[in-house]
Design a protein around this ligand. Structure first.
Ligand code: URA
Length: 444
């Protein structure tokens, strides 16, 4: 019946001309697209119209609900371990460069006694995705059954899986946005994140909303609006939701690229790793544990004492991976060296993200295979001393022809300055000159 009332060209035209989509139009177009009755080219046109014209909070809420309704919704309210109910909590980031936080964070939360049912995504635009990263571990699979997710949550406290039957509309739209330049849209980001996260059935959610050059939304005001929108969507569905606004002007840590980021995550799980990655992991863990009602545990201690590492190893081996197998690294490498001595100045996160994408770590067409070993190693972070001739960045790829464009992307995106390194911002563990603090605000 619905098929005769609605048609894609009319829905596209309404949004193209700045109109508002009705609840019924949204329900129809999401359902019809999920079933293959609206074509990719029609959805692409609608996504571009939404990108250009936006959606109001009512439209975003309905779009999110329709995406959740396109698939299953998991329920872990009866999850138990040793006869006791285990609280579930998850985190999602709006997308950054070098943002490998999910990998140590999931293990930390599991080690502290909560469980994380994490429906993760693939790379999007210039940002990496947790699934692409973890699949660089030999044997690791994210295609696990619901029964296995439940078993892992109860036994290990963590499962990281492809959304699969959860919000299948998002899976299709996400892949389409990735290759149609329609990623950087507040309504599309908010509905994409929240449809997956609400469908996965966690009791509570913490969102890491990025601010700065490497974020999808460019101004702090837009990121604040995104955070407030997502918190409202979660609370409206009865799921306690909080957001941290965090800096994404410079890449997180010293690596960007799938396998390189897994290696750095293992350093963090072994009690080391870059200070900003550790700081953000611990801050997000504190919020998650608070929402899960777990107190008296110190998340940082689980990184120092190896209990988070134990959970990560158990998680990877339950999902077929071999943490001890060597991680892939691109067959071709180029090193960018310091032109003079001084202090590392700025590093533009967006340029690093695009460099990594050009090296082969992301996709230019739907379903393309990403290179596990492609990426950038950052030898000097902002504020660190630099000697003339020493390595600043190493670029890796399996495809030598990709190297010139990647080097071109990085060109002009960093500086070595003469000044002495300034003191870090008080209260921040992050070294380097006073940039914006890593944790900018908390929205609850
Ligand atoms: N993460 C998502 O799941 N979707 C987006 O649109 C951006 C980040």
């Amino acid at each position: 019946m619905m098929e005769f009332i609605f048609d894609a060209p009319t829905v596209i035209r309404t949004k193209r001309d700045g109109g508002r989509l009705t609840d019924a139009e949204i329900d129809w177009v999401i359902d019809a697209y999920t079933r293959g009755r609206v074509a990719d080219e029609q959805m692409s046109a609608l996504l571009m119209a939404i990108f250009l014209r936006g959606m109001d909070r009512g439209e975003i809420s309905r779009w999110t609900t329709a995406m959740i309704a396109s698939g299953e919704r998991l329920d872990f309210s009866d999850l138990r371990r040793d006869g006791r109910r285990v609280p579930t909590v998850d985190k999602h980031s709006t997308g950054g460069v070098g943002d490998k936080i999910t990998i140590p964070l999931v293990a930390v939360i599991a080690a502290c006694g909560a469980a994380v049912p994490q429906a993760a995504g693939r790379g999007l635009g210039h940002t990496g995705g947790t699934l692409d990263k973890l699949e660089s571990i030999p044997g690791f699979t994210a295609e696990i059954s619901k029964a296995q997710v439940r078993q892992q949550l109860s036994e290990i406290g963590a499962a990281i899986f492809a959304a699969g039957e959860l919000a299948p509309a998002d899976r299709k739209i996400y892949a389409l946005r990735d290759v149609t330049a329609t990623v950087e849209s507040l309504p599309l980001i908010a509905s994409s994140v929240m449809s997956k996260k609400l469908a996965e059935g966690a009791d509570a959610l913490v969102l890491d909303v990025k601010v700065g050059r490497g974020a999808f939304l460019k101004t702090e005001a837009e990121s604040r609006e995104l955070a407030a929108t997502m918190v409202e969507l979660g609370e409206a569905q009865g799921v306690p939701t909080r957001a941290l606004l965090t800096d994404m002007d410079v890449p997180l840590g010293r690596t960007a690229g799938n396998a390189l980021e897994v290696a750095e995550s293992l350093e963090v799980l072994a009690g080391g790793g870059p200070d900003d990655v550790v700081e953000l992991t611990v801050r997000l863990a504190v919020e998650m544990l608070d929402l899960a009602g777990i107190d008296g545990t110190d998340p940082a201690q689980t990184l120092r004492d190896g209990t988070a590492m134990d959970r990560f190893r158990a998680l990877v081996s339950a999902q077929g991976g071999d943490v001890d197998a060597p991680l892939p690294i691109g067959a071709h490498s180029e090193t960018v060296r310091a032109p003079r001595s001084g202090t590392m100045g700025d590093i533009d996160a967006m340029a690093v993200g695009l460099t990594v994408w050009r090296l082969g770590a992301g996709r230019a067409s739907p379903g393309e295979r990403v290179q596990a070993g492609a990426g950038v190693r950052i030898h000097r972070r902002p504020g660190e001393p630099v000697s003339a001739g020493e390595p600043l960045f190493t670029l890796y790829t399996d495809t030598a022809e990709r190297m010139p464009a990647a080097l071109g992307e990085l060109d002009g995106a960093w500086s070595v300055v003469h000044d002495r390194p300034a003191e870090p911002i008080p209260g921040s563990l992050r070294s380097g000159p006073p940039q914006r603090p890593l944790i900018i605000d908390r929205i609850a």
